[in-house]
Ligand binder design. Structure first.
Ligand code: MUC
Ligand code: MG
Length: 367
């Protein structure tokens, strides 16, 4: 069970429906596939999605951080030494996607070695999650049509709508169009990616009263310290911290400061080992969590699924698992599926996924 190699394979798969949001946009999944190989010949996998506009990591920086900093520090350790692996990576501040992909590939390798699914090793609470889809910027009728298509084809009835544009009213119109299209029983929540000021956000929340939203995420900058607290204290629904809480300590700081009262957990950002810490913190404080989507491909989505289903606290809300649908292709031999608005955990060992070697050869950019 000893780690003998940690490899990085950069690849690029275009999006067929690019996603635009207040802090950036994505039209190519320029992710890094991470492989952790052991002396038993087992290979665990995960992927790191670079989000330069959020955390500063790029595809090149992820490859360099893993090959130059983390891999040399971890080779030779046992797969069972989770805490030592984490401690060695966390000497370095930042680089959340690079660290998380290694962490999750280690869990995948462990599951494959002992022939058990990772979601069982993590807690094994549920066998499925309801799916929430993230809708990017566009005109109201286009976004509403996209939502209706997902209701009709996949049974998805929970939607996170990207907001944070100027004029504020355009986003309010989008939310109203989606509500009119999907009906009163669907769940709708919003994510501003820090695009509004606190007063703009409160004006939008007031204008959305009749639309009925269940949550509001990162509507303004957390660094607007007093404005953010003021907004949260006036917000009629749980206020979700996402990119403002990249570590468990940030979760504690922001929640205690009154800068949020719910947390988005992204395995692309906190892996499995730190996502466990975050969810237990959230449960201890009695605050809501949502499994978020760092615009993951199918490998990353399989990780979110395994984690979200493993914990009682995360399994109760719909999880953001479906934005891989916007990609033109992916790397898995057997694609993920959504039926009746739900995704079932994968039955195999580890994450229960396999990389298709032909697809990897087609999309890798390092040869
Ligand atoms: C989200 O929930 O904010 C956009 C940027 C990022 O890092 O994640 C996405 C989705
Ligand atoms: Mg967000």
């Amino acid at each position: 069970m000893k780690i003998v190699a940690i490899r990085t394979i950069p690849y690029a798969i275009p999006y067929s429906r690019p996603l635009h949001f207040a802090s950036g946009s994505i039209d190519v999944a320029d992710n890094v596939l991470v492989e952790v190989e052991t002396d038993d010949g087992v290979v665990g996998v995960a992927e790191a999605p670079p989000r330069p506009y959020t955390y500063g990591e790029t595809q090149a920086s992820i490859v360099e951080a893993i090959t130059g900093v983390f891999a040399p520090a971890l080779e030779g350790l046992s797969l069972l030494a989770h805490e030592e692996i984490r401690a060695r990576m966390h000497r370095t501040i930042g680089n959340p996607a690079a660290k998380s992909a290694i962490d999750m590939a280690v869990w995948d390798a462990w599951g494959k070695t002992i022939e058990q699914p990772v979601h069982e090793l993590l807690g094994g609470y549920a066998d499925r999650l309801r799916v929430s889809h993230m809708l990017g910027f566009d005109n109201p009728s286009i976004v509403a049509d996209q939502a209706i298509e997902l209701v009709e084809t996949l049974g998805i009835t929970t939607f996170k709508i990207k907001v944070g544009r100027q004029p504020v009213d355009l986003d309010v119109q989008v939310c109203r169009a989606v509500r009119d299209a999907v009906g009163p029983d669907a769940e709708i929540y919003i994510d501003g990616n820090r695009g509004w000021t606190a007063p703009e956000a409160l004006a939008a929340l007031n204008a959305l009263e009749d639309v009925g939203i269940s949550r509001a995420e990162e509507l303004c900058r957390a660094d607007d310290v007093m404005g953010r607290r003021w907004l949260v204290s006036h917000c009629p629904v749980p206020f979700v911290a996402d990119e403002s809480v990249p570590t468990p300590a940030d979760v504690t700081r922001e929640i205690l400061a009154g800068a949020a009262n719910a947390i988005s957990i992204k395995t692309a950002r906190t892996g499995f080992s730190d996502s466990l810490r975050v969810v237990h913190l959230a449960e201890g404080m009695g605050i809501e969590t949502v499994i978020g989507n760092q615009i993951d491909g199918q490998i990353g989505t399989a990780c979110s699924l395994a984690f979200g289903a493993s914990q009682q606290w995360t399994a109760r809300n719909a999880a953001e698992l479906s934005n891989y649908l916007d990609m033109s292709d992916d790397l898995l031999s057997e694609p993920l599926t959504i039926v009746d608005g739900e995704m079932h955990v994968r039955p195999g060992h580890g994450l229960g996924i396999e990389i298709d070697p032909d697809k990897l050869a087609q999309y890798r950019t390092d040869n």
